[in-house]
Design a binder for this molecule. Structure first.
Ligand code: CA
Length: 254
């Protein structure tokens, strides 16, 4: 899934430029022309990042950034502020407001894309590139390979997409219906139970010899990657003096 970027800017020419260039970089781009429009948009949609112009009509960029930070459902959304001003004081005010980064106009698209990727990498490590990691599970979108520790995990295309989907939002609970939409697509008719079957296959491929299961079944809700798993795995990796259940078993492939 491409990262979704919301551009909040009133200058037509800059909007068109950003929409075109960020689209070419593989982002899904939406544009809002002012703060009110953006606030309405954010009630319905959850972009991965917002590019917010300082100078907007009516609600200023700073005020909008404050509101984004004040609302629980947008609080975590990374914000990159754009401004024509370059004074240090403004920069500090911008960061005080809760912006994650700050770019002074005029800027190059290359610079903006680099900043977007850096901010996304910090906010959502799994969105930034072709390689997603979760604990010792590594998913490579370019080669379509999955590894767990040293072991190569063999998964079918559906299980791959399923894992990719879960890895984009570790901890988030996906309902079966959401997974059907995201993995199989809206136009395909598949029963919700099919999701359980493929999650079962994915688990079978991922887990060996009593490995801890990174996937959490949430009763009556759906599936999620277990955030406590990645944390436990990180601390295990930190003190890798004693081998545990995560040792590679190269002999087994599914
Ligand atoms: Ca503007």
């Amino acid at each position: 899934m491409a990262a979704r970027v919301l551009v909040i800017e009133d200058e037509e020419a800059l909007c068109a430029l950003l929409e075109y260039n960020l689209g070419r970089e593989g982002f899904e781009v939406a544009v809002c022309r002012n703060g009110e429009e953006a606030l309405e948009y954010l009630k319905e949609e959850k972009p991965d990042l917002a590019i917010l112009d300082w100078m907007l009509p009516h609600v200023s960029g700073i005020e909008l950034c404050r509101r984004i930070r004040a609302q629980s459902d947008t609080r975590e959304m990374p914000v990159i502020m754009l401004t024509a001003r370059s004074e240090e004081e403004d920069r500090i005010r911008g960061l005080d407001t809760g912006a994650d980064d700050y770019l002074t106009k005029p800027f190059s698209i290359t610079e903006l894309v680099a900043r977007i990727k850096a901010v996304l990498r910090r906010a959502r490590p799994t969105l930034a590139g072709d390689i997603a990691t979760f604990g010792d599970v590594v998913l490579d979108r370019e080669t379509r390979r999955v590894r767990r520790g040293e072991r190569e995990v063999h998964v079918g295309p559906t299980e791959f997409r399923l894992l990719d989907c879960l890895m984009q939002r570790p901890g988030r609970v996906f309902s079966r219906e959401q997974l059907l939409d995201l993995v199989w697509g809206r136009d395909v008719y598949v029963e919700a139970r099919t999701v359980d079957v493929h999650v079962g296959r994915l688990r079978k491929a991922l887990n060996r010899r009593g490995d801890r299961d990174p996937i959490r079944t949430v009763r009556a809700a759906g599936y999620a990657l277990d955030e406590t798993y990645a944390a436990a795995n990180a601390s295990a990796a930190a003190g890798r003096a004693q081998p545990n259940g995560l040792a590679p078993d190269a002999g087994e492939t599914a």
